[in-house]
Structure formats: structure tokens, C-alpha cells
Design a protein around this ligand. Structure first.
Ligand code: ADP
Ligand code: MG
Length: 276
């Protein structure tokens, strides 16, 4: 069975006086272990709601969400599901619970009641995985945005997750920070962690193996970046491919393959490298 399965999922936010807002409607898809997915859609299309449905923070109003076969609606699964599906959010400044970085990473494993040695080992290996080992005993407040997000990812890794969901986790970062985070996430994916990257940035979406497009709470496109970016439906979803990516795509169609291009600097670097 697939790692994540959604069966005709709906989610309604309860509003005042019995009214409800249908944020997710009739959503069905599944995700295999190790996939690298970008989830895109306009503001308000339901991306964050879907993320919360996937890690059991929200329970579907209708239909079913299964994580490794466990229904998120069954309370006895909640703890296990939260461990398996980790989330990193948008604001790098809202994601730490302790001042010192290693204490912050230890927070999750401590709550699991693990022995001290195991906690220390998880803190060490998680910081190493995001390239932040040398910062272990420093304070989080002095870090750059990209470093803060890498620490947030380390905090999730310390729980030994199967799935990593990034909810616009790079949107407040400068290009350098964005690259740092994407490189770390790409490496983790290669090591087997399933990645769902929620993003506004279509260049980032182009890095994924599979792109899901939400519109008004419904899944309207699901395919490879090439298929999705070529679809005429994309414009109707309020999404456009940035000129840099369009240019890189056109070049690759003509046999001038540059790989994934995130911004104009990478385009220039890629072209110069190829021409030399
Ligand atoms: P996205 O992350 O794609 O911007 P959201 O999942 O945050 O979209 O929101 C989907 C829809 O649900 C939007 O119409 C939004 O206004 C609404 N919504 C989100 N959170 C709440 C909430 N706590 N209460 C009521 N409506 C909400
Ligand atoms: Mg959102």
C-alpha cells in the first residue's frame, strides 16, 4: 500500500452560526515512499489545510487519510502519525522552542521519552544531516534565515520521520538561504525521505519529480513538472512559469539540457559551463 493515501477527502472549516467553508473537496491521490512532490496553487487554494490533514493535525470532515495504512481519524494513531510526518513552516523565527540549538533539537526526542544517549545521538546526526553541526551549542537567534530553517528541519529529523512536509518553508528566505534549504531537502529525499514541498515558487516546483496543483480545494493537475508546466490549465490556476524556467525549458527542448534552473544566476552559470 502507498505511504500516503487520500480517499475522497473533504475538509470544512466551521464558521460562525453553523456556516462552513469547504477548504478541501473530493481529494483523492496517493504518495509512494521516497517520492519528491511539489504542491502548488494560489493563496487560499487549500495547500496548508492539506498539509495539516496529512500529518493528522486536522481530521477530514469526509473521506479518509491513511498514513502507512493508519487512519488519521483514529486517535490511537495520532502520535505515530505525527512522528512519521514532520512539518516545517514558513517563518524561520517561529520554529524554535529553546534558545540553544542542540536543546531545541532535543525537545522532540525528549518528549518521546528516549534515553539520554539516544537523544544525544539523534541531535548529533540531525544537525550533521543539515550541515549545522558546528552550531550545536550556539543560540538560534543569531542564525540566517536559511540556517534557521535547516535547524527546523533537523528538529523534524530528530523524530526519524518518513515524510517531510515543507509549507512555504523557503518563501521568506533570500536566494542563498533558499538554495541551502533545497540542497538539504534534496539530499534527504535521495536518502529515502518522502518530500512534499508546498511552494509558490515555480522554479522550485520544477525541481520535484511530481507536481500537484490545487485549485479551490480540488486537485486539478498531477504529473511530472514537464506535463504540468505544459498544461493550459495552469494559467487558470493563477500560476505562471517564470521566464527563467521557460527559457531553460525551451533550451532543453532543443537539446541544450541545463538541469533544474532556479534563477537567472543559475541559468547564466549553467550556460557558461556548457559552452566551455
Ligand atoms: P493555502 O495554504 O493554499 O493558502 P489554506 O489551506 O490556508 O490555503 O486555506 C484554504 C481555505 O480555507 C481558504 O479559503 C482560507 O481562507 C480558509 N481557511 C484557512 N484557515 C482557516 C480557518 N482557520 N478558519 C476558516 N477558514 C480558513
Ligand atoms: Mg498556506
Amino acid at each position: 500500500m502507498a505511504q500516503l493515501v487520500l480517499k475522497d477527502v473533504g475538509y470544512v472549516y466551521a464558521l460562525k452560526e453553523g456556516a462552513g467553508l469547504k477548504a478541501i473537496r473530493g481529494l483523492s491521490f496517493s504518495v509512494e515512499k521516497g517520492e519528491n512532490i511539489a504542491l502548488v496553487g494560489m493563496n487560499g487554494s487549500g495547500k496548508s489545510t492539506l498539509a495539516k490533514l496529512l500529518n493528522g493535525l486536522f481530521v477530514p470532515s469526509s473521506g479518509e487519510v491513511l498514513v502507512d495504512g493508519m487512519s488519521t481519524a483514529d486517535e490511537k494513531n495520532t502520535f505515530e502519525i505525527r512522528k512519521r510526518v514532520g512539518m516545517v513552516f514558513q517563518n524561520p523565527d517561529n520554529q524554535t522552542v529553546a534558545t540553544i540549538i542542540e536543546d531545541d533539537i532535543a525537545f522532540g526526542p525528549e518528549n518521546l521519552g528516549l534515553p539520554g544517549e539516544e537523544i544525544a545521538e539523534r541531535v548529533r546526526s540531525s544537525l550533521e544531516a543539515v550541515g549545522m553541526s558546528e552550531f550545536a551549542s550556539r543560540t538560534a537567534s543569531k542564525l540566517s534565515g536559511g540556517q534557521k530553517q535547516r535547524v527546523a528541519i533537523a528538529g523534524v529529523l530528530a523524530m526519524k520521520p518518513e515524510v517531510l512536509i515543507l509549507d512555504e518553508a523557503t518563501s521568506m528566505l533570500d536566494p542563498v538561504g533558499r538554495r541551502e534549504v533545497l540542497d538539504v531537502v534534496g539530499r534527504l529525499n535521495k536518502e529515502g525521505i518522502t518530500v512534499i514541498n508546498i511552494t509558490h515558487n515555480m522554479e522550485e516546483a520544477a525541481l520535484a519529480q511530481r507536481v500537484l496543483v490545487l485549485r479551490k480545494g480540488k486537485l486539478v493537475l498531477d504529473g511530472s513538472p514537464k506535463e504540468v508546466f505544459a498544461s493550459s490549465v495552469l494559467g487558470a490556476c493563477g500560476l505562471t512559469l517564470p521566464p527563467v524556467a521557460q527559457l531553460a525549458n525551451r533550451l532543453s527542448e532543443r537539446g541544450f539540457e541545463l538541469g533544474a534552473i532556479l534563477d537567472e544566476n543559475e541559468l547564466v552559470e549553467g550556460i557558461c559551463r556548457r559552452l566551455k
